[in-house]
Design a protein around this ligand. Structure first.
Ligand code: SF4
Length: 303
């Protein structure tokens, strides 16, 4: 539009310097996302990157209290459209590895099965990674995905305590996670677990349980985060209503007059949350290295 002489003020979703509120209108939600163009990948030197990202969906119908995608309309591209983009990326840029950046890649099981079938038929030999919820995939679907090149899958575990996870919007049992990570290991799919600290109702003992539980899942990697207070989420609204933060909290942070806004449960302090966050990394990756050394010992002993 700008190349054709249009006015920048006619573009949706912009806020201009000096504006404290408002901006141009919010962009309309696109229902048929197959019509959206591919990203302008030709503007980057993709040889510098180990993989290329692709998006197959928009939105998420679940309602995790901390998440900016909570209860946004889920839309999914057609399997043909996504496979065609994969084909183009491979043909034009010689890419061998892809990462789907969708948060609930397997929400539409029919899409995943069709996509995997088409990708396998094309025989491009690409490997790929995705992220999804533990209640949206089972061993049968994992096998279909693995046969189509899935090499890595990530799951949001969030907490090691079922009640805390459930209160945060993920009513998924610990048993389900244990089974799922085991199924991935059996199929040779690498895994990542995400954990969070500062969830509603959490205590120090709960956070310790999260570290323990995630270690026990034996994922290939783990990422731990502190719960941010993201605007327009149920958690942010709750913090506002309880007077814990004001509407201008992020503006104050950007202007340097307050610390980074995180959610601090009543019985915890900010210091305890950040210390646990650090401890989680030390515990997981220290333990991980130890396990790798241990795995070599039987071999050494039987030589
Ligand atoms: S955390 Fe994941 S499952 Fe929950 S609302 Fe956000 S995208 Fe959806």
């Amino acid at each position: 539009m700008l190349l054709e002489g249009g006015d920048v003020g006619d573009l949706c979703g912009l806020v201009f310097p000096g504006q404290t509120a408002g901006g141009t209108p919010t962009p309309a939600v696109v229902d048929d996302i197959d019509v959206l163009p591919y990203p302008a990948r030709h503007l980057f030197d993709l040889s510098e990157y180990e993989f290329v990202t692709i998006s197959a969906t928009r939105g998420c119908p679940f309602n995790c209290v901390y998440c900016s995608l909570s209860e946004t309309r889920f839309r999914c591209r057609s399997a043909e459209s996504v496979v065609e983009e994969v084909r183009c990326v491979v043909k034009e840029f010689g890419v061998r590895s892809l990462d789907f950046i969708d948060d609930v890649f397997t929400f539409d099981r029919c899409f995943v099965e069709e996509f995997c079938g088409l990708l396998e038929d094309l025989g491009l030999g690409v490997s790929w990674a995705c992220t999804t919820r533990a209640d949206l995939v089972d061993e049968k679907l994992l096998k279909v995905m693995k046969d189509a090149g899935l090499r890595h899958i990530s799951f949001g575990v969030e907490s090691g305590v079922e009640e805390i996870r459930k209160a945060a919007g993920k009513d998924i049992s610990n048993r389900r996670y244990l089974d799922l990570f085991g199924e991935c290991r059996k199929l040779g799919i690498k895994t990542r677990a995400y954990g969070m600290f500062g969830l509603p109702g959490e205590t120090l003992a709960d956070m310790d349980e999260t570290i323990c539980f995630i270690r026990g899942l034996r994922p290939d990697s783990a990422i731990f985060r502190v719960v941010d207070l993201v605007p327009n989420t149920p958690l942010f609204d709750l913090a506002l209503s309880e007077g814990l933060v004001g509407v201008g909290v992020w503006r104050e942070y950007v202007l340097g007059s307050r610390k980074y806004p995180i959610h601090i449960p009543k019985v915890l302090t900010e210091k305890q949350i950040y210390e646990t966050h650090n401890r989680a990394y030390h515990s997981f990756y220290g333990h991980h290295r130890f396990n790798k050394i241990l795995s070599k010992i039987p071999h050494l002993l039987t030589r």
